[in-house]
Design a protein around this ligand. Structure first.
Ligand code: NIG
Ligand code: FE
Length: 392
């Protein structure tokens, strides 16, 4: 048995503008999809679908490409419940909390870290995520960063080296020495496991010069830059990301007009990845998605799932926030959570349902993708296929 016909889909988001209604979502009503092993073989009107070895009746439900969560931090141990509790009682978020998770992560065994990662990725999958990126950044020694990436690489091809998350507590008196480590011995140990290099460019983490050193060293080792930029304050991160042709500038909460122009002028090469779970969980101001979209910037939406600033693995929740609080339309938010994430990972085989694409799709217990924002908090994802295999 090699082909599966998923038919009687009430409303299908393809993200292929050449199909369906001519919008960026390429919506097809009364649609069907044929899966051939791990790929999409055919997409179109159910009435015209070719025969397949087996059939699945979607009973009029909506289907969408699986979510592409292009930014998460899932290799960690412990949690930060007390910090969250204190924050909700009025304390503000700072990057310093990362040290708590660094201590717990260093103390964990490989098996504990891997079990924690798997638990979170299963949680995400039940909510429709079929591709996720994840990072190191809670080890901050050569051995702990390399093992985080080795564990991550066993579960995703989108692995990011974030040795430059904060200055390691072991180098509190010698930040320059830590940058030397991150760009030298630690990079050598980590590069074989990673596709991307990232840096937290922020007051209290790394300044523009340090971030440039980290990203250019990573690029020299074949890693593609992405940047935690302009999250807590205005700063050089976004413009550095564009200058170094990073795949994405992530957070983008505090932007000048020049930052927005730089992203727009990159013509989609540097995607603005917005992470509303972080603003939600830190009670911070929302990134201005409307301003970015109206300027022509390519926008991705992602969870930033981590135990400190955004402990959600739910792409539907992020879509609901983006629509309600960041003034994205439901169509824009869905696109950004699928194709937008794929753009941020420089992928064309995911985030889209078209012949040849990876057979990653989610069925919603709803007549339309709009319900993801319209019915916040409701577990609407009722079936998930990943590489053509039903996984939920
Ligand atoms: O993306 N900004 C830096 N890193 C994470 C926060 C990590 C943490 O607080 O543990 C973020 O929000
Ligand atoms: Fe992050």
């Amino acid at each position: 048995m090699t082909t599966t016909l998923v038919t009687n889909i009430g409303s299908l988001v393809t993200n292929d503008p050449a199909q369906g209604d001519g919008t960026p979502l390429g919506l097809i009503e009364n649609a069907a999809v044929v899966i051939d092993q791990d790929k999409i073989a055919w997409v179109g009107a159910a009435a015209e679908a070719p025969a397949a070895d087996t059939a699945f009746d979607a009973q009029g439900r909506a289907a969408i490409p699986g979510f592409v969560d292009s930014h998460s931090h899932l290799v960690f141990a412990g949690d930060r419940t007390q910090e969250f509790n204190a924050r909700m009682s009025g304390r503000s978020y700072s990057a310093g909390g990362i040290r708590t998770t660094v201590a717990a992560t260093r103390a964990a065994t490989d098996a504990e870290l891997e079990a924690n990662l798997v638990r979170h990725l299963h949680e995400a999958r039940r909510q429709g995520t079929t591709t996720f990126e994840t990072k190191s950044g809670y080890g901050l020694t050569v051995a702990d960063e390399a093992r985080a990436l080795r564990i991550a690489a066993a579960h995703t091809e989108e692995v990011t080296y974030l040795g430059a998350h904060i200055v390691s507590p072991d180098y509190a008196e010698d930040p320059a020495g830590y940058v030397d480590l991150v760009t030298g011995e630690m990079l050598d140990a980590c590069a074989p496991y990673a596709r991307w290099v990232d840096v937290f460019c922020e007051k209290g983490a790394f300044d523009g010069d340090q971030a440039r050193a980290v990203l250019t060293a990573g690029a020299a080792k074949g890693l593609i830059p992405r940047v935690h930029a302009n999250q807590l304050s205005f700063g050089p991160g976004v413009q550095l990301a564009v200058e170094l042709e990073a795949a994405s500038a992530d957070h983008c909460t505090h932007l000048t007009d020049a930052d927005v122009d730089a992203l727009a002028n990159s013509s989609g090469r540097t995607v603005a990845t917005l992470l509303p779970g972080a603003e939600f969980s830190t009670r911070a101001q929302w990134p201005d998605a409307r301003r970015l979209l109206d300027a022509g910037v390519t926008v991705a939406l992602s969870t930033d799932c981590n135990p400190g600033s955004s402990y959600t693995s739910s792409m539907p929740f992020c879509i609901a926030l983006a629509v309600r609080d960041m003034r994205m339309t439901p169509d824009e938010a869905l696109w950004s959570a699928t194709t937008g994430g794929a753009r941020a990972l420089r992928r064309t085989d995911i985030g889209v349902l078209a012949p040849g694409a990876r057979a990653d799709l989610a069925l919603l217990d709803a007549p339309s993708h709009v319900h993801l924002a319209y019915r916040p908090g409701v577990p609407l994802v009722s079936a998930v296929w990943q590489r053509g295999v039903r996984v939920h």
